[in-house]
Write a protein that binds this ligand. Sequence first.
Ligand SMILES: Cc1cc2nc3c(=O)[nH]c(=O)nc-3n(C[C@H](O)[C@H](O)[C@H](O)COP(=O)(O)O)c2cc1C
Ligand SMILES: [Fe+2]
Ligand SMILES: [Fe+2]
Length: 391
Amino acid sequence: MFRTINTDIRYIGTDDIDITLFENQYPVPQGISYNSYVIFDEKVAVMDTVDCRKGEEWKNNLREALEGRAPDYLVVHHMEPDHSSLIAWFAAEFPDSTIVASAKGVPMLSQFFEDVDFSGRTLAVKEGDTLSLGRHELKFVMAPMVHWPEVMVSYDQTEGILFSADAFGKFGNLAECGFYDDEDKDWETEGARYYFNICGKYGVQVQMLLKKAAALDIRTICPLHGPVIRKDPARFVGLYDRWSLYSPTKEGVLIAHASIHGGTADAARRFAGMVGEGARLVDLTTTDPSEAVSLAFLYGKVVLAASSYDAGLFPPMYEFLHHLQDKNWQKRSVGIIENGSWGPTAARVMKELLSQMKDISLVGDVVTIKSRMKATDVPPMQELAHAINSI
Ligand SMILES: Cc1cc2nc3c(=O)[nH]c(=O)nc-3n(C[C@H](O)[C@H](O)[C@H](O)COP(=O)(O)O)c2cc1C
Ligand SMILES: [Fe+2]
Ligand SMILES: [Fe+2]
């Protein structure tokens, strides 16, 4: 089945609700959509393919939507397999079609599809190039590292539609979560988890894309995952602007804890009481890292509470900080609570890891608990709560 977006544009993407881990790492309880579109004009352009997991469904959607016409172009915005898997099939099925990709994307075609002869079949486009389909004119804008180096987006100058590749995407299937932004239920959480885990590392590159996008009159965004954004594109552009500048969007204090036998978790809960209303607890031993990472990007103030472990740091906290470093987490105020039963070492390791990140300011003194939180721990914890609340 396809879905009509407007007179000339049809959605032929697919929902994937059977998948448990997107990119084999991110849990997607509501699945994910692989979006793909067709523009009908004097020429017909297909905008990306989908993951081979949903190949048959996409082929059926495409055939149905085409109503007998043969596509002239396949525009490849991104060569990652969740969008490029069906390129070889497409090239064989439509031998007169041309594959349009960025200069970095074209060589990747043969990297992924060794057996296909793409010679004479490709059109490499660069920044600002245009492709006329008749009434519609596509303008190509390079978006390197807005996930991969070959990524580009295209702007339909006739309709003000930005085909935004992975940018402005979201986890979740469209049938249940909503096809358009105004129908969507959880963009701020699942769109954020998607952004920070997939593009979070590349804030500078997202900023470069946003600067170029600012010159365009964007009336609709058609991303490669998640809902089509047509009601309020400016809201999403504004969120991406703040997120890619690493500016927090949530007030309050995130308290991330990792406890072996519950003592540190208990201290973290009591600390949350001292912080008051703005406290948000996240248990790193039970929360998926992608969610904890997303929360850490949303909050500007974070307190880390962890058990010492084998003269080091309890692994769930170690892993969390490693993920944050990998995603370029920065510009945050951080407080530290450690726990240890004979020679506490957690704070030292946390500090070491934090020192490798950009613009992290340590707040207050490290609070060291021995085994269980006691009356003597209350004053230093209150001091830390006061210090972080005062920022
Ligand atoms: C395998 C293991 C290794 C540990 N290593 C250390 C350590 O090197 N130094 C230390 O002071 N405590 C160590 N501890 C004690 C923990 O830090 C202890 O569980 C903590 O002080 C109590 O907090 P919790 O109830 O949150 O786990 C270790 C505990 C376990 C189970
Ligand atoms: Fe991607
Ligand atoms: Fe993708």
